[in-house]
Design a protein around this ligand. Sequence first.
Ligand code: NAP
Length: 464
Amino acid sequence: MADGIIDPAENRKTTWTEACVDTECFMLGLKKRNTGQKLFHQAVREFIESVMPFVQQNPQYQKAQILERMTEPDRIVIFRVTWEDDAGNVRVNRAWRVQFNNSIGPYKGGLRFHPNVNLGELKFLGFEQTFKNSLTGLPMGGAKGGANFNPKGKSDREVMRFCQSLMIELHRHIGEDTDIPAGDIGVGAREISYLFGQYKRLQNRFVGVLTGKGLAFGGSLVRTEATGYGCVYFCENMLNHSGDSIKGKTCAVSGSGNVAIYAAEKAHELGGKVITLSDSAGFIHDPAGIDAEKLAFIKDLKEVRRGRIAEYEEKYKEANFYAGQRPWGVPCDVAFPCATQNELNVDEAKTLIGNGVKAVSEGANMPTELAGVHAFLDARVLFGPAKAANAGGVAVSGLEQSQNAVRMSWGRDEVDSRLKTIMREIHDKCVSNGDADGYTNYVRGANLAGFKKVADAMLAYGVV
Ligand code: NAP
């Protein structure tokens, strides 16, 4: 086949020519090779839109088919998880580990437990993770995993049995120098503890194979808070860069899980007024602001009692709960989408812009639909994309690995100060790769900076 001709069987260029590489042609092939995996298509398109012009100007990446290689996971493990519920029924779930790319370090990325988890979702998350981890400056590759298991409504003993059964298979594929999972949606301190306990038992080794562990057994201070805090630090960096700050700003936060709670806490600490939180049933609007005392109530509600955000309205009469709605219609200066993917669509983006939003910092992974991202960029809103803005969580996971490796625990101030430094450095990398015409396109900046490090490592390895 001649250079630049599309192979009809593959729907992709099989050999390199300069004319062969463009976003639409690339996406055609990617969609054909990954049928139906819409979240993965969306994540790749957002990335390719940024890096394609750079790749076109640097033919060494084209010749080495770097983009084709980067969008193909190193390997995927799929397995059955069988367990018994409290009533003695046999239950069967499916679990995955997508080991996406280990060019710059061992695989690293969370585990998600949610009934809708599927392979396309985990591929999008593993792909994003690769470049997020690259941005942190730490030696971490990208991975993601999880199971179509719903922890909601399950007893602690059921969650324990599920985690133990999952680890019976997963332990063969992970290790402190191979692949280090962590938490994500539906996987918090309780699940990580059960998983770690089972790994230790199966391997008879006490090593930092998971992050987000309890403080009594190798966890790091500030890991629980890191994603939410980091997301706010990133936002503060964006605002500072344009001569502003969070102080006095009205902040809308979505979600009420790990990321949302600590984003709200840090935004409040920096002088912002947090007026919303949400879960999959709706959102609460508290015009008086969610202060430290109210946050303590929410932590107990969500982390201990595993309750619903609607209960906030019963406790605080000045607040209202809006069932089945998302918070983006509430006027705010800063938005922190911290719940899940595609929770902010283009109409909601336009509403936020119309209401004068100054900055958006993504705590969740890919919470803004691509058309919404374009709307924010066109309106020159300060827009911190997930792979930069929520990298604080994995960064402190990397610090947890370092502490485990040297069998030390650093103090809270030390970890927090390293987190702040990492978030500032990520911000600065975005600026140096994304500044043009007096506006920083943080999406382009994050994608380009993340890409370069991984791509150069892959080039150095030759054809592998
Ligand atoms: P979490 O503690 O399980 O909380 C998830 C929150 O999102 C809950 O409030 C949940 O509400 C809500 N949510 C989930 N699915 C939803 C849906 N379809 N519609 C509306 N709300 C939904 O999880 P998390 O760790 O905070 O993670 C939140 C996001 O941050 C995810 O995108 C995750 O990938 C990303 N992230 C997390 C970390 C980390 O360190 N944890 C790091 C980087 C990125 P319900 O309770 O009603 O389901």
